[in-house]
Ligand binder design. Structure first.
Ligand code: ADP
Length: 635
């Protein structure tokens, strides 16, 4: 039993002060959600009580009905929310009410303090809990009695400004928690019947315990996921989804499954129309609600679905799990694991079906949830399905918004082609302009654009689609390309090098190698370049430049890997360089240009460390060329 001293005063923690400050000073719309939060806390407390009772724990007031009462008194400007749930001991009040328990609340505070987003626009989506009541309260009193028999009842009181008081409660109360809200002058509408009734109906109508408003029952409890599909209207699904997710929009899609064999379960799942990932802030706030025979066992269970399906919201209910199953042992439960893989398969099959039959829908879906779904590359058992669900932009697309499934890419592949080519870069434009793309244009081969850093992990982990290996554009084996015809014979801008010129060219390449030194493995004539003068390619190693960059970022000490510098013999710069070289192989101009070509190629690969040196050199060259220009023009 807790020892309770007389009234004690405590100061709020800094994090709570910050939250209170936002709640009290910057919120003027959506204040009604405080009631949703308090009713949801009561419902959780009742769920916990029922769970203890099912486990056979001895509980105080065991004959009390499990219910929630909302009472108002417009004269006294007061509102009371009480439940017969698990209650709290003195120490629990201090720890539970004294800290921000929800990661969602923490994220909310962080977002509002760090960004310019208006709290009013997003508060509804966050479950910010008990403290939201201070949006409408000038004082809150909590009276609570734990389900543990010998624990005394406790009273907590605060005006939400800086501190709170806590003491043993004088009056005798039965098990559960009562929250008394003394309303602010501008919040008296929350002591009016029509207002309270409409808020409860809007946000809490699916709470699975009876809710009474001044003794009148106002919610009809129904486990909608257990009802036959045909009896549920679109509106009812929408209403339930909004209750469950706190989303203000209707869902993009509903998946309602009732499975009887080999394991019985009902699943009601929703795909939100907009991603909940507020700049990746919402990562922890996912999961499905797990019920056993209509009793909530776990809110936001994160193990039923793999993380890459975390955008799905919903409920799973099974007859075949024991009611007293503990959350800790769920993952080891065979039935639970079977339900989990069946729900996963159901979602994947549903998405495959949509992808096949409703391209517009799938395009919208992919743009919202593709970022998460593609993390499915980690699910080895479902690789084939994930591959079919992936979408890319490619050189075959008219614009950056068009999407290509791998099946389409492969259907367009050339007869001799055995690989799916991709290129990494920041934007479609940057990737198109990459010198490594020139050979693909020449041969008319489609290349996938991979703008997201995770994309390359996705394709390299999946390794292949059907018989086609994924291959980065900068690690290709050029010999394979020789056999492929050119799309159209490009007009030769330059005569082929004569034998003598070719000899000079190879001596010049050796010279360039000696200028650049050990920073490259070799300097070679390029067979891939058409329009650019030079590019870097990986030697024997097969890692693409972008992958090397990622690894380099992860480990600061890693040196840039060694590459081969390829020089295009059919480029004006090279031909001029050759003339200079023939005249004086030690001309400074050769050194400057060689270094410049090397560094520009590094820049294009995203692997240039010292951009300042490059800029300085460019400026020197510009200065020189301005002199030449003036001379040329007789200025
Ligand atoms: P959350 O509900 O996300 O945990 P809250 O700030 O709303 O965050 O509540 C903090 C904690 O206080 C809850 O986790 C719960 O332990 C306790 N609590 C709140 N309301 C009640 C209640 N009506 N009955 C019992 N415990 C409650």
């Amino acid at each position: 039993m807790s020892e309770i001293a007389n009234t004690k005063k405590y100061e709020f923690k800094a994090e709570i002060k910050k939250l209170l400050d936002i709640l009290v000073h910057s919120l003027y719309t959506s204040r009604e959600i405080f009631l949703r939060e308090l009713i949801s806390n009561s419902s959780d407390a009742l769920d916990k009580l029922r769970f203890e009772s099912n486990r056979g724990t001895e509980i105080a007031g065991k004959d009390l009905l499990l219910e929630i009462n909302v009472d108002f008194d417009s004269e006294k400007k007061m509102l009371t929310i009480s439940d017969t749930g698990i209650g709290m001991t003195h120490d629990e009040v201090i720890t539970n009410i004294g800290t921000i328990a929800k990661s969602g609340t923490e994220e909310f505070v962080k977002m509002i303090s760090e960004t310019k987003i208006d709290a009013n626009n997003i508060i509804g989506k966050f479950g910010i809990g008990f403290y939201s009541a201070f949006m409408v309260a000038k004082e809150i009193v909590i009276k609570t009695k734990s389900f543990k028999k010998d624990e005394p009842a406790v009273e907590w009181k605060s005006d939400g400004l800086g501190d709170y008081e806590i003491c043993e409660l004088n009056e005798k109360i039965e098990r559960g928690t009562k929250i008394e809200i003394h309303l602010k002058d501008d919040a008296q509408e929350f002591a009016e019947k029509w207002k309270l009734e409409s808020i409860i109906k809007k946000h809490s109508s699916f709470i699975s315990f009876p809710i009474f408003l001044n003794k009148e029952k106002i919610n009809t409890i129904s486990a909608i996921w257990r009802e036959p599909k045909s009896s549920i209207t679109k509106e009812k699904y929408e209403e339930f989804y909004k209750f469950l997710s706190h989303d203000t929009d209707a869902p993009m899609d509903v998946i309602h499954k009732s499975v009887d064999a080999p394991i019985q379960f009902n699943a009601l799942l929703f795909i939100p129309i907009k991603s909940f990932e507020f700049f990746w802030h919402d990562r922890e706030n996912y999961g499905l609600d797990l019920y056993v025979r209509r009793v909530l066992i776990q809110h936001k269970n994160k193990d039923i679905l793999p993380e890459y399906l975390s955008f799905v919201k919903g409920v799973v209910d099974s007859e075949d799990l024991p009611l007293n199953i503990s959350r800790e042992t769920l993952q080891e439960n065979v039935v639970f694991n079977k339900i989990s893989s069946s729900v996963t398969n159901n979602i994947l099959s549903h998405l495959l079906d949509k992808a096949k039959n409703d391209a517009e829908w799938y395009k919208q879906f992919w743009s919202e949830h593709g970022k998460i779904l593609k993390l499915g590359y980690t699910d080895f058992l479902n690789h084939e399905k994930i591959l079919e669900l992936l979408r890319f932009n490619s050189t075959n697309c008219q614009d950056k918004d068009e999407l290509v499934p791998l099946a389409d890419y492969v259907s367009r592949a050339k007869n001799e082609q055995k690989e799916i080519y991709y290129i990494c870069g920041k934007t479609r434009e940057a990737m198109m302009a990459d010198p490594h793309m020139e050979i693909f244009k020449k041969k008319g081969l489609e290349v996938l654009f991979l703008p997201d850093p995770v994309d390359e992990f996705v394709v390299s982990s999946l390794r292949k689609y059907k018989d086609y290996d994924f291959k980065s554009a900068d690690t290709i084996d050029l010999k394979k390309f020789d056999e492929l015809p050119n799309v159209e014979e490009q007009e030769q801008k330059f005569e082929a090098l004569t034998d003598e010129e070719a000899k000079h060219f190879s001596i010049m390449l050796a010279k360039i190698k000696s200028i650049i030194g050990d920073k490259v493995v070799d300097v070679k004539e390029s067979k891939r370049l058409v329009e650019s003068a030079a590019c870097l390619i990986s030697g024997d190693d097969v890692m693409s430049a972008s992958m090397q960059k990622i690894l380099k970022m992860a480990n600061q000490n890693t040196e840039s890997p060694q590459k081969i510098l390829e020089i295009n013999p059919n480029h004006k710069l090279t031909r001029n360089l050759l003339k200079v070289f023939k005249k004086d192989s030690n001309d400074e101009y050769i050194k400057n240009t060689a270094e410049q070509l090397f560094e520009t190629a590094q820049l294009q690969d995203g692997n240039l460390d010292d951009t300042h040196a490059l800029v300085k050199k460019i400026n020197n060259l510009l200065e020189q060329s301005s002199d030449w220009y003036c001379t040329l023009k007789n200025i």
